[in-house]
Design a protein around this ligand. Structure first.
Ligand code: GLC
Length: 568
């Protein structure tokens, strides 16, 4: 009797184009928590520059810097008061130039954050708008409207802020009377710009040029799906929540008047023309919580942005069958427009994957975890996180890493409410804990004050005691450490050109629905998300495993483990 192995299923073919961003691994630096050079407890640009070697050792291609612009820091810098200057907390423009220069010398590209949906309420334009009269050109930079009700005492529509509470705030006019309302999809300190206004468009093209001229390699575009609102700002009673994404239909493409409106695409086409004037393959990546994936792919059509964060893997949790569907549909949607997929497991807005995947329900996505909540199983979470990372780093496309995930950092899950800073915490009266737990300053050296984050030991958020054993100096050159796992994965990913390869499912290895087995170039990847074990084929050399393989059973992939095998 002969048995024939099931055929491989090709779901993605290597693109003919080889631009760097199609396969790049990009590391997110969250400036306030990366490294503090001046001892005030808040990370800064010189601190980043001094630690760029870490990124080189890690083996990433580029870094993305979250905002470091002048800002009152109501939303940790996502409230920009001056797009062309550095906040004194983080340094100076000269420090930004020095960072760029050093990064480029080390062979790292640098992407900066662009926050175009809203400014800070301390931006010169907003101050002028408040001081000017209703109907003035100054007000027309923003979305000011008269209120409803007899005396305009009710907000112009029923929209809620993503951070909780209403999305409108009423101003007091110059004569002291209660006046118009302005729209803010986020905090009241983040008034939404009016993207129908030609001056707004011209201003941002100029901001792009300002940073392109300084040498940045691209932009991460904040809330890219939100800039244009539906005509007439119609009422909408759905619940808006960035972190939930949209599986419950919270942000369905096109039906929510706040998001994913057709008009955004023309803005991106104009920006693309600006970037294309510059040499050196400059890029833009969209932060757009848009579903389903074919809707998101419209942001990365050939004349728009280059990449969009694909949050679908992030929100899928620990479910092999669903992950496989997400991987299939990601390639289908992006290949249809000739764009690379991106793979993201963590960022500064979500519970870190080492904690998320250790929750009793690893598909749940709480907005923060606090001391009164069920605590993640740290060991299980880290084990799964390592397996998930090896899974996504083997996939063709570009991958985004969030600072600290290379150390296996969990969220801080017992922060005292008194230290929380996220506006979502305050605007929801604490029902949403918010994102501070994933933003805790990095541990560099186990024995130093603040684990080497700052020379004085000051930290803007406390670091958990257990982080001493996760410090960079403890993990460096330590066999089996998460840092060494990431380094090895990135080296092998590069050596085997996995980021620019093909992807075929390999049912000959396993058809168990809790196992993902695929081949990218000459590497077989087996991710075992189930409880049992999986047998590797007899031939092929094991390159890397997210967890130790038992002595004497080196060809058996245990539960919650991903293994890379070099096929001969
Ligand atoms: C984006 C940022 C988030 C910020 C929000 C408002 O989603 O990632 O941190 O709070 O935009 O700018």
């Amino acid at each position: 009797m002969t048995s024939t192995a099931p055929d491989r299923v090709r779901v993605h073919t290597a693109p003919a184009d080889a631009q760097w961003w199609r396969s790049a691994v990009i590391y997110q630096v969250y400036p306030r928590s990366f490294a503090d050079s001046d001892g005030d407890g808040i990370g800064d640009l010189p601190g980043i520059t001094a630690h760029l070697d870490h990124l080189v050792e890690l083996g990433v291609d580029a870094l993305w810097l979250s905002p470091f612009y002048r800002s009152p820091q109501v939303d940790a810098g996502y409230d920009v008061a001056d797009y062309r200057d550095v906040d004194p907390l983080f340094g100076t423009l000269a420090d930004a130039d020095a960072l760029l220069e050093r990064a480029h010398r080390l062979g790292l590209r640098v992407i900066v954050d662009l926050v175009p949906n809203h400014t800070s309420d301390e931006h010169a334009w907003f101050r002028a708008a408040r001081a000017a009269a209703p109907g003035s050109p100054e007000r027309a930079h923003y979305l000011f409207r008269d209120g409803r009700g007899e005396h305009g005492e009710l907000p112009p529509n029923n929209w809620e802020s993503v951070f909780g509470g209403r999305a409108w705030t009423r101003v007091t006019e110059a004569d002291g009377t209660p006046g118009q309302w302005y729209l803010h999809l986020f905090d009241a300190g983040q008034p939404d710009l009016n993207w129908e206004n030609a001056e707004v468009r011209a201003e941002f093209e100029d901001v792009l040029r300002f940073w392109l001229d300084r040498g940045v390699d691209g932009f991460r575009v904040d809330v890219a799906h939100g800039m244009v609102k539906a005509e007439g700002l119609p009422d909408w009673s759905g619940h808006v929540a960035m972190i939930e994404g949209d599986e419950q239909g919270t942000v369905p493409g096109g039906t929510n008047p706040m998001f994913d409106q057709e008009g955004v695409h023309e803005i991106f086409r104009a920006w693309r023309r600006v970037l294309d004037e510059y040499p050196g393959e400059r890029v833009m990546v969209a932060e757009a919580w848009v579903d389903p994936l074919p809707r998101l792919a419209r942001y990365v059509r050939p004349d728009e942005l280059h990449q969009a964060f694909n949050f679908d893997v992030l929100v899928t949790g620990w479910d092999a069958a669903r992950l496989r569907r997400v991987i299939d549909s990601s390639f289908a949607a992006n290949d249809a427009v000739g764009a690379p997929t991106t793979w993201v497991l963590s960022n500064h807005d979500v519970v870190r994957h080492a904690s998320r995947l250790g929750l009793p329900d690893p598909t749940s996505r709480p907005n923060g975890i606090g001391p009164d909540d069920v605590q993640p199983d740290a060991e299980l979470g880290l084990r799964r996180a390592r397996a998930a990372t090896l899974l996504v780093l083997a996939l063709p496309g570009s991958a985004y890493l969030y600072q600290g995930e290379e150390l296996g950092l969990p969220d801080h899950t017992s922060l005292d409410p008194s230290v929380r800073t996220d506006p979502a915490f305050f605007r929801t009266g604490g029902t949403e804990l918010g994102r501070d737990g994933c933003r805790v300053p990095l541990p560099w050296r186990a024995d130093a004050p603040a684990y080497g984050f700052s020379p004085t030991g000051a930290t803007w958020l406390p670091q958990p005691d257990e982080w001493a054993r996760l410090a960079v100096d403890v993990q460096r050159d330590q066999a089996g450490s998460t840092l060494e796992l990431y380094r090895a994965a990135l080296r092998l990913r590069r050596d085997h050109a996995l980021g620019s390869g093909d992807l075929s499912w390999a049912p000959e290895v396993s058809t168990d629905p809790t196992v993902l087995a695929f081949v990218d170039r000459d590497v077989l990847v087996v991710a075992n998300l189930g409880e049992g074990s999986v047998q590797l084929p007899d031939d092929g050399h094991v390159l890397l495993s997210s967890a130790p393989l038992a002595a004497g059973a080196e060809r058996t992939v245990p539960a919650a483990t991903t293994v890379w095998v070099e096929l001969r």
